[in-house]
Design a protein. Sequence first.
Length: 272
Amino acid sequence: MAVIVPPEKTAVAQEAPRRTARRSRRRPLVLNVLALVAGVSVWAVVAALGLVENLPTPSAVAQKFGDMVADGTLATDTLASLRRVFLGYALGVVVAVPVGFLMGWYPTIRAVVEPYIQFFRTIPPLALIPLTVVLLGIGEVPKIAVIYLASFMACVVSSFQGVVDVDRTLINAARVLGASDRVIFAKVVVPASTPFILVGMRIGLGASWATVVAAELIGAQEGLGYRMQKASTWFEMDTIFVSLITIGVLGLLMDRLLLLAERRLTGWQERR
């Protein structure tokens, strides 16, 4: 005899998992806010007690932030740094992904290219600043070139590793079913490598923001790194903190966007 479940019980049973999912999503957000409040509180106490010399208070930094927004300085510097990071980072990713795929798919190309990749990967991009100044001058090109190298090196290794780590069983199964190399590469290798590529892109983004500060020491007249370097000359700690926080917030927002893209593109992947 069939058991008839009342509609109201069915609705309750369906709503319970939704409530659990909403609570699981809200909990990290609440913890993030609490951690932020705790960090700012510790900063305020340390600054008020003078435990760290020349450390500005959060209120002083907030006031300086308002002043820099009002006179347009922060907007100008932020746009300049964003432009450099975006161009260098985008160029690095666009070049790194195909190079990583070619290295992973063709052993001959790997044998030729990999020594150069490993050699330059051990050299910090900042160490190449004097060379880029001599070869490219002090305009925008050397700044973007240094950021490009930082993002390229981070992304090319991840792309290469993603191709190498593709399960050979999947490739062999596709060949048995009659798939060509082109189809295997497009339908098997690229999807399986996507998580590695996105991780490399996130690492490359962090490397790009870490490099832009030093890159803007190359004859720059605007930019968050330039503003910090100029402020350090006059011990304007509040200006330095405003620039640092702005870089951190921008980097965090861009990283969250990449993380969102990763979840959308790798929804098939099993997660814990």
